[in-house]
Design a protein. Structure first.
Length: 240
């Protein structure tokens, strides 16, 4: 780990009072949750249909049982625990340093670590609702259901996650834009910045310093005030 870069990161965090963290799948890989585009990611594995097809709203409607078979096996990691990155972010928020987390993840690990102001761009596996009566169900209900999960009223229970072909929540987008526009420091971690429209939110940041922490280089590295190519958990975990 580059000591000079770590020293600069510590100084930027120390000077900040309105920090925002923007994170992707790489934040949770160190908790044992695979990403999509990595070496062992879902996009590198072979299925009857491509994962991006299975995780589309049209597939959910037309092949509902196959959707849930894949979803239970590949999207629900309910025994995963927060790692050093989640814990450090929760610590910063509790200390009044971090104002918000904007995440593309759906695993709920930020909240499990103690973070409160978490803006989930792509929803959460922990929220599921009946499409008929709007009754709510937890992730355990989906995991232990058989075939197509049904509500007591007979309606289909859908995970509150944004599938391909579905729009992001306008309310979550608006809150994310507001937080990013007010931030003095933006730390982006564990994301390739290839997923839109989420990645486009970075253009709302007008603060003093942009930090990118990702195992692999991103398209935004050259524009960052500091770019660290390493695992986000190891980097944040090494901070005092």
């Amino acid at each position: 780990m580059d000591r000079e870069k770590m020293t600069l990161l510590e100084r930027l965090v120390e000077q900040s009072s309105r920090m925002v963290f923007f994170g992707g799948a790489g934040v949770s890989t160190e908790s044992g949750i695979p990403d999509f585009r990595g070496v062992d990611g879902l996009y590198r594995q072979k299925y009857k249909y491509p994962p991006e097809v299975i995780l589309s709203y049209s597939f959910f409607l037309s092949h509902t049982e196959e959707f849930f078979d894949f979803y239970r096996e590949k999207m629900l990691f309910l025994t995963a625990k927060p790692n050093a990155a989640h814990r450090k972010l929760a610590e910063w928020e509790a200390g009044g340093k971090l104002s918000a987390i904007v995440t593309q993840n759906i695993d709920g690990l930020h909240q499990a670590a103690g973070s409160k102001n978490v803006l989930e761009l792509h929803g959460s596996v922990h929220r599921n609702y009946c499409q008929k009566c709007r009754a709510l169900y937890d992730a355990e209900y989906i995991l232990h259901s058989q075939g197509i999960p049904r509500c007591a009223c007979g309606g289909l229970v859908k995970p509150d996650v944004v599938l391909y072909g579905e729009p992001l929540s306008e309310e979550t987008l608006a809150r994310s834009v507001d937080c990013l526009s007010r931030a003095d420091l933006l730390i982006v971690g564990g994301t390739s910045l290839n997923v839109y429209p989420a990645a486009g939110l970075l253009h709302c940041f007008r603060g003093e310093a942009l930090v990118l922490i990702n195992r692999d280089p991103t398209p935004m590295d050259a524009r960052a005030d500091l770019a660290i190519n390493d695992n986000i958990g190891e980097v944040l975990g090494a901070l005092s």
